[in-house]
Design a protein around this ligand. Sequence first.
Ligand code: FAD
Length: 430
Amino acid sequence: MTALETRQEHTTSYYAATASYPEHYPELEGQVSVDICVVGAGFTGTSTALTLAERGYSVALVEANRVGWGASGRNGGQLIHGFSKDYKIAAALGPDYEDMIWEMAWRGHDMIYDRVERYGIDCDLVPGYFEVATKPSQVKELEEQLERLQHHQHPYEYRLLDRAETRHTLGTECFHGGLMTMRNGHLHPLNLCAGEAHAAAGLGVKVFEMSPVTRLEYGSRPKVITDKGRIDAAHVVLAGNAYHRLEPKHLSGLIFPAGSYIIATEPLDAELRQEINPHNLAVCDTNEIVDYYRTTVDGRMLYGGRCNYSGRDPKDIAASIKPRMTRVYPQLQNTRIDYEWGGKIGIVLNRIPMLGRIESNVYFVQGFSGHGVNATHIMGEIAADAICGTAEKFDLFANIKHFRIPGTQWFGNQMLAMGMLYYRMKDWMS
Ligand SMILES: Cc1cc2nc3c(=O)[nH]c(=O)nc-3n(C[C@H](O)[C@H](O)[C@H](O)COP(=O)(O)OP(=O)(O)OC[C@H]3O[C@@H](n4cnc5c(N)ncnc54)[C@H](O)[C@@H]3O)c2cc1C
């Protein structure tokens, strides 16, 4: 039985334990008719549903488990501009699109900051992000990013810090420099997702939980079918990302579920917090397989990393992640770990988010390759624009060629494991 068939409550994460939106939505039963039906209530689905509701459409949002149950409610909460590898998108679309991609790269931030304020979403949104080099060779990458910020006259505060300044800023010798960007930041992702769903429901979106979609029927009004109900709509958006199992003929072998894992410590005392992250920044390294950390609003160290492509979660997440944290901060060796959890990232081989249509009125939006808080909002808006009749950006992305691994149900994850080895070797060698 797959996870989707079991109708699960949230995983036992720090986020689920500190959720601000306890409301549950009903299971889909009977017949519903709307303009647009969105399948999957992570950031992609919820944000798309909210955008469409803001534009006056009637919308249904159908979730197999709980709103934010997938990666959106489990991630590191790092609000980072752009996509997994912006330069790959620029290379795929051509130099004429460079400015458009740069603007797009920050669009999700505008949407999130605006929604948090407009709907009063309680999600601990804090500005400040620090991308750090774990090797001297990675400083060049940060310098190139600095040049891009300068070239585009980025209007928010940013600064490249050398090794000594980085040590002073983060209280560790581990990093060789870092790029601080204050429009980026961090937040409680489950509360953002649930807060957006709450706002969408307030605008009339029919939200259904514990309603795995088992089948679609195509036609002028496609149907979304669950065990107990069906929804017909003029348009359907599929937003199941790494947890998606529908329509394998069209969608299998395109994105790959890779596990990422997080621990949250007990609350640290104020003196220790001041020593290790006095500016309350989200921190992420520049490796292909990233480690990331931040401090939560109640003073815990939330540390994540270790991508796993094998399809199997580690038996003991804390045992796997804690050594990574104590390598950076040995002073946390005796700190208690209160929460440990993991989730699935939807990896695309070329790292470009994947938009497309199965039929003219059935869209899919997926594949953020670990960079989704911002990118899901951007791509959801582009899908909403396409449904509303402005499809230029959607079609640009839909026309990008993606590599499909055939027969992934048998050997896809093994190929990914090899891919992971390749990226690890790249990290070691750089
Ligand atoms: C541990 C971890 C840490 C991460 N850290 C960061 C970070 O710090 N910053 C960042 O930007 N990104 C991060 N990411 C990536 C980011 O979380 C994802 O890219 C993003 O949340 C994807 O959102 P989504 O809505 O597309 O997918 P998901 O959030 O996975 O949502 C998909 C939803 O669809 C539902 N669904 C699937 N199939 C069906 C069906 N048949 N019927 C009904 N519902 C269905 C699922 O139940 C699920 O709730 C991280 C990811 C993980 C796992």
